[in-house]
Design a binder for this molecule. Structure first.
Ligand SMILES: *[C@@H]1O[C@H](CO)[C@@H](O)[C@H](O)[C@H]1NC(C)=O
Ligand SMILES: *[C@@H]1O[C@H](CO)[C@@H](O)[C@H](O)[C@H]1NC(C)=O
Ligand SMILES: *[C@@H]1O[C@H](CO)[C@@H](O)[C@H](O)[C@H]1NC(C)=O
Ligand SMILES: *[C@@H]1O[C@H](CO)[C@@H](O)[C@H](O)[C@H]1NC(C)=O
Ligand SMILES: *[C@@H]1O[C@H](CO)[C@@H](O)[C@H](O)[C@H]1NC(C)=O
Ligand SMILES: *[C@@H]1O[C@H](CO)[C@@H](O)[C@H](O)[C@H]1NC(C)=O
Length: 455
């Protein structure tokens, strides 16, 4: 924090006026801007250095955010054709999926929530849908990885408390085991819907509907299609009464996109159309100030933590994907993508010095898109958000995601297993430290919420 403030004040002195040139509508300009920002993003990654572990980002980034980053880099390649990061992406996903293809790396037990796994699983799903080069034949394949995760989620669906839903955490020893949150169930929903569309297997679609219905019944999706953060399990009677009604952009985005996939899979069912349309209205009402996206719960007060500073990128990703799956939403979504791309480009004029930012000087991306300049922040989230804002303006220039019937080549395994039994179930109290990302999200959400009220 201290360092960033110093970097921020220095930048005022040395700002060179270098900025990202961006002419939206000119594909070469968009690709060039995206390439500059992607370069800065990949520079945060150390997992391909000698002695480091493929797939891991350095502190302070949790494991899940690396999965999110490689998902963004797959889309970057699909949208621009730039293969620069395909090798690190392929190596990272294969390594973290482990030899079982289940995204259950033992090293990550203490940060391994259902949502943390989900961001890696969605990256694998994107790889299948975009015909990203397949892993070697003797390794688990993209589609099978997503199916393994789906099978794990099914096995963890918990009717014993709150009549269903996934818990946030997989392991009892991680903080958050007694919380059922929208992002975990959103990962399940999103992957189920996409597997239904990719494979044509109705079982996945049945699950997607079941997850959606549970979210509504428990109050995590409201009548007007706002998405609340999660619900606490009441340990006296195993019911769920206390809903955390905080709204985060990625929760809306993940359900919006999944609903759009279901709309598409059902050839335009009116039920899913209503859900898509109302969810889009809710998301654009809450997370946009006029046409510029903002993380409304923490951005105005400056209290967003590392995780939260990446959420806008995912809402951007899922808005773009929604416009593909439900083309009638394109005219509503397109102007938002365009406005955000322009605003984000203006925020990428930072001169944050190494070691924070190692991309091209003067192109570090800040967090806020509403200020017309760089806000002094720099990091993986900020960089990934801006990359998303700019590259997804190309979404109507590329073919929509494939399915098994329309050119998909990834091999699946409906019975794909996982090795939960090998992961330690008991660990010492000293190991009971911060669970993955949403722990801090919840804690910070409360802090930010209070500060918001007080101010
Ligand atoms: C890691 O990957 C980046 C991006 O592809 C590349 O520029 C760099 O040379 C790689 N580093 C090593 C040590 O292989
Ligand atoms: C787990 O950690 C060890 C030691 O750092 C490393 O060699 C290995 O690659 C890691 N495994 C995964 C899946 O990250
Ligand atoms: C959607 O349309 C396709 C092609 O006409 C058809 O094969 C499929 O069964 C339809 N799906 C549903 C859920 O109606
Ligand atoms: C489903 O998505 C495809 C690909 O974008 C699109 O052509 C088709 O019109 C969509 N179906 C519906 C019902 O909107
Ligand atoms: C939206 O932006 C305007 C102009 O910058 C600002 O005055 C207003 O407070 C913002 N609204 C919210 C909800 O942040
Ligand atoms: C459809 O998916 C379910 C759930 O994984 C699986 O049990 C079933 O065998 C699949 N059906 C086909 C025809 O692949």
């Amino acid at each position: 924090m201290r360092f960033l403030q110093l970097a921020a004040s220095l930048s005022l002195l040395v700002r060179s006026g270098q900025a990202i040139d961006l002419v939206i509508g000119n594909d070469d300009s968009v690709k060039s801007a995206a390439s500059t920002i992607a370069f800065g993003l990949a520079k945060y990654y150390t997992g391909n250095n000698t002695g480091d572990t493929p797939g891991n980002l350095p502190d302070p980034y949790f494991w899940w955010e690396a999965g999110a980053m490689f998902g963004a880099l797959i889309d970057y390649w699909a949208l621009t054709g730039d293969e620069s990061y395909n090798a690190i992406t392929k190596q990272a996903i294969i390594h973290q999926a482990t030899e079982k293809g289940d995204f259950m790396p033992r090293n990550q037990t203490r940060t391994l929530g259902n949502d943390d796994q989900g961001f890696w699983g969605m990256a694998a799903m994107s790889a299948a849908e975009n015909k990203f080069p397949n892993p070697p034949d003797d390794q688990p394949q993209w589609l099978a990885m997503a199916q393994s995760l789906f099978n794990q989620y099914v096995s963890r669906w918990d009717e014993a408390s709150c009549s269903g839903g996934l818990r946030w955490q997989i392991f009892t020893f991680n903080n958050g085991y007694n919380y059922k949150n929208s992002i975990s169930n959103g990962c399940f929903f999103n992957i189920a819907a996409r597997l239904a569309r990719y494979t044509g297997n109705e079982t996945y679609a049945t699950w997607a509907s079941k997850i959606w219905n549970w979210q509504e019944a428990i109050g995590l999706i409201s009548d007007d299609h706002h998405v609340h953060d999660g619900v606490h399990i009441d340990l006296d009677d195993n019911t769920c009464k206390t809903v955390d009604v905080n709204e985060w952009s990625y929760n809306s985005g993940i359900f919006l996109h999944g609903a759009a996939v279901m709309y598409n899979f059902t050839n335009g069912s009116s039920t899913w159309k209503t859900r898509v349309d109302e969810m889009l209205t809710a998301a654009t009402t809450v997370f946009f100030n006029d046409t510029i996206m903002f993380e409304q719960l923490c951005e105005p007060t400056g209290f967003c933590n590392n995780d939260q500073r990446s959420f806008k990128g995912y809402l951007t990703r899922w808005l773009a994907a929604t416009s593909q799956m439900a083309p009638h939403t394109f005219d509503k979504i397109r102007p938002l993508l365009v406005a955000d791309a322009a605003a984000a480009a203006k925020a990428c004029t930072g001169t944050a010095d190494p070691p924070v930012f190692k991309g091209h000087p003067g192109t570090a991306c800040g967090f806020r898109w509403t200020t017309g300049g760089w806000d002094g922040k720099a990091g993986v989230g900020e960089q990934m958000n801006a990359l998303s804002a700019i590259m997804y303006t190309l979404v109507d220039k590329v073919a929509p995601p494939v399915t098994a019937d329309t050119g998909g080549t990834s091999k699946g395994d409906v019975d794909a297993k996982w090795h939960e039994e090998e992961v330690p179930r008991e660990i010492t109290p000293g190991d009971r430290i911060a669970a993955g990302f949403a722990t801090t999200a919840v804690v910070f959400g409360l802090v930010a919420g209070c500060a918001f009220v007080m101010i």
